[in-house]
Design a protein. Structure first.
Length: 284
């Protein structure tokens, strides 16, 4: 596979081995000296690798993590001075350039993760700050190392709103009171408290994080193809629906899914008292 100083991808099998035949993709941010800021090269490379995962139907789950003491510290603020001069040169404000870059790249990165046809485990190995919080929460299952924390400096330090989906994720997972408190006070939220509040699935010991993330991904890799898309769509629909509307949605999804190959395999496995074995994703 192609490699980059900023991001790399490995393949892992369900038995934990590392090799080209694996069903689990492991993507690692590795600009550890700077705690993995979201510079343009890193984002572009990450989107390329997510496209590889999307197209490779042998892959059935993804783990996204990072090296060093930071998962991701968000925007690369050190580059903003140069960006201001570049923006002025083409007649735009720095704000306009920032918004355009978000529309064209950063926001699409978050949507790539949310629309990936395989389950995504985010293993948060250290600080998730600024837009790095949005990246950390864009997967399906988030595991945080015990030393990790979440930090939103946007409003209290910079006078700008949390971005890359952060406001959407934290309000839905934590509720309005806690989401507002984190956004306005800028307090660090430790990993254990994040798990207690429901922001992440679990808090695990630092040295066990990657192993636990791969083990979780191995479980998710055994799901029926399309299961993660169905789960995301059902919960998104529920968030904007009345109970009556959601009951209707569920019944209509069962109209299509009951009797499909995955359901029939599940029924056969139940009758035969064995674990179901579901077919992999199909191209297209």
């Amino acid at each position: 596979m192609n490699s980059s100083p900023a991001v790399r991808m490995e393949r892992h099998g369900n038995n934990g081995d590392n090799g080209d035949s694996g069903e689990i993709a492991l993507i690692v941010l590795q600009d550890s000296a700077r705690m993995n800021p979201l510079g343009r090269p890193l984002q572009l490379r990450l989107r390329e690798l997510l496209a590889e995962v999307r197209e490779d139907t042998s892959l059935r789950a993804l783990v996204l993590t990072a090296e060093g003491r930071g998962f991701c510290v968000g925007a690369d603020l050190s580059s903003m001075g140069g960006a201001q001069g570049e923006a002025q040169a083409d007649g735009r404000t720095l704000g306009a350039q920032t918004a355009d870059n978000m529309h064209q790249l950063s926001n699409r990165l978050i949507l790539d993760l949310q629309q990936l046809p395989v389950p995504v485990v985010c293993a948060i190995n250290g600080a998730a700050a600024g837009a790095g919080v949005g990246l950390a929460l864009a997967g399906d299952v988030a595991l945080a190392a015990r030393s990790a924390y979440f930090y939103l400096p946007f409003l209290p330090r910079l006078g700008i709103v949390p971005d890359l989906g952060t406001t959407w994720f934290i309000e839905r997972r934590l509720g309005r009171a806690r989401a507002l408190g984190l956004s306005l006070l800028g307090d660090r939220l430790g990993a254990q408290q994040a798990a207690d509040w429901g922001l992440v699935w679990a808090c695990v010991d630092d040295e066990a994080l990657r192993e636990q993330a791969l083990a979780t991904a191995a479980r998710l890799a055994r799901l029926p193809a399309g299961a993660v898309l169905e789960a995301r769509r059902a919960l998104d629909h529920a968030a904007a629906s009345t109970l009556e509307q959601q009951l209707h949605y569920e019944a209509e999804r069962q109209r299509e899914l009951v009797g499909a190959p995955a359901f029939m395999e599940g029924v056969q496995a139940f009758m035969q008292k064995r674990e179901p074995v579901f077919a992999p994703r199909q191209p297209g």
